[in-house]
Design a protein around this ligand. Structure first.
Ligand SMILES: Nc1nc2c(ncn2[C@@H]2O[C@H](COP(=O)(O)OP(=O)(O)OP(=O)(O)O)[C@@H](O)[C@H]2O)c(=O)[nH]1
Ligand SMILES: [Mg+2]
Length: 373
């Protein structure tokens, strides 16, 4: 034998598997030779086979791993390594656990779009509902506006506002207090600079919490250029000293990228909490939009209707909810248009679900100030 062995190669490789919680799953592949030793790994470590849980089998050139009664902790990347004297080969696949659907939405965009188009503000003095998006740099704030504009203006705004991910300079792309309208609908989005950790000398980087709080209160005019170390103040000629409800923000949206929530800087979280605390004092409703969930869940990336069966997405949302102190039912997962060139109804539905909630919350807020009430 020895050097006469055939170098192992795969004739068929392991395939990704989605499996319902509590069900069994089989990973299977075939090699060109049976003259190999096989080793299974899970997420980079040798698989510790548990009696009654894992069954590893090799029949001639076919290799299988059965996992019984799949639980949350069985999710991960499984790799099979084949070795003999002539060489090694490996292939991997993901096992993704589907959990019981934890939120239901209708995956039809037309009724959702109609509801927003027919929407009426419950306060005659308010011309438009104003939403402010804040969050860490590169979280996808501008992309959310792009995506909502794409849905309602019926053509795609390919990253006209968003920064490129590869342009990861660590500084915010958005520096102005810029207003974005959605066609002729009575909604205005304000996109502020991303929040960042301050410099070591205490100098502020990115958006300042006090500037955002001033924006919430209606003191900041459209197109105001934020300045790193000169927060808006009463002395500034642009300061709106006597804001009306039309200058104020009616709903605060915190934006967090699902793939970054675990490594978010504490200082940035604290800034977001301070802004939220101020919004709470002012009675302004608050929601969390969790973007980039395609980056944390293969299951949902391939089929967005699986979003609410994804354990990973639920965990990320729970993490956002806990870190910011916002209840889960005010936390919405989404994916923005970022590389696709065609419209996607399922993507639209997820964004519309969140946007509808923002519209309703903002409307409840302005209604409180209506003289008719
Ligand atoms: N995969 C993926 N990428 C996204 C998603 N949303 C945004 N991106 C990408 O993330 C990068 C940053 O997005 P932006 O919308 O510019 O983020 P931002 O929060 O406005 O950033 P600043 O204005 O710089 O603070 C861009 O390259 C987007 O294309 C998403 O849902 N999924
Ligand atoms: Mg931006």
């Amino acid at each position: 034998m020895g050097s006469s062995q055939t170098k192992p190669e795969f004739v068929s490789v392991l395939a990704d598997q989605q499996v319902k919680h509590g069900h069994n799953v089989t990973l299977k592949c075939e090699a060109n030779t049976e003259d190999v030793t096989a080793e299974w790994e899970k997420s980079g470590c040798r698989l510790q086979c548990v009696y009654g849980k894992h069954t590893v089998d090799k029949r001639f050139t076919t290799f299988t791993l059965n996992i019984n009664n799949v639980q949350k902790e069985d999710e991960g990347k499984y790799t099979l390594k084949l070795t003999n004297k002539a060489g090694t080969a490996s292939c991997s696949a993901m096992v993704i656990v589907e959990i019981k659907e934890w939120r239901t939405i209708e995956w039809k965009q037309d009724p959702m779009i109609r509801k927003i188009r027919d929407f009426k503000i419950k306060n005659e003095e308010v011309r438009e509902l104003r939403f402010l998006l804040h969050g860490p740099i590169g979280a996808g704030k501008s992309s959310i506006i792009n995506t909502i504009k794409s849905i309602f203006e019926e053509h795609q705004f390919i990253n006209c506002l968003a920064a490129s991910d590869s342009d990861a300079t660590g500084t915010s792309f958005t520096t102005k207090y810029q207003k974005f309208s959605i066609g002729t609908l009575p909604f205005a989005f304000y996109d502020v600079m991303g929040l960042e950790k301050d410099n070591k000398d205490g100098r502020s980087k990115g958006a300042r919490s006090d500037d955002i709080i001033n924006a919430l209160k209606g003191h900041i005019p459209d197109d105001y250029e934020f300045k790193d170390n000169y927060p808006m103040s009463k002395e500034n000629v642009n300061y709106i000293s006597d804001p009306t409800l039309n200058n104020k923000i009616h709903c605060l949206v915190s934006v967090i990228a699902a793939d970054k929530v675990s490594i978010m800087d504490n200082e940035v979280i604290q800034k977001m909490k301070d802004i939220r605390a101020e919004a709470s004092k002012l009675g302004i409703p608050q929601l969390v939009f969790v973007t980039k969930m395609d980056k944390v869940c293969v299951l949902a990336r391939e089929d967005l209707t699986k979003t609410f069966q994804s354990k990973k997405i639920k965990e990320k949302m729970e993490e956002c909810s806990t870190k910011l102190g916002v209840p889960m039912n005010c936390t919405f997962p989404m994916k923005n248009y970022h590389e696709e060139t065609k419209m996607n109804e399922k993507l639209n539905c997820l964004v519309l679900e969140a946007f509808t909630q923002a519209v309703e919350s903002a409307n409840d807020y302005v209604k409180k100030f209506s003289h008719k009430e």
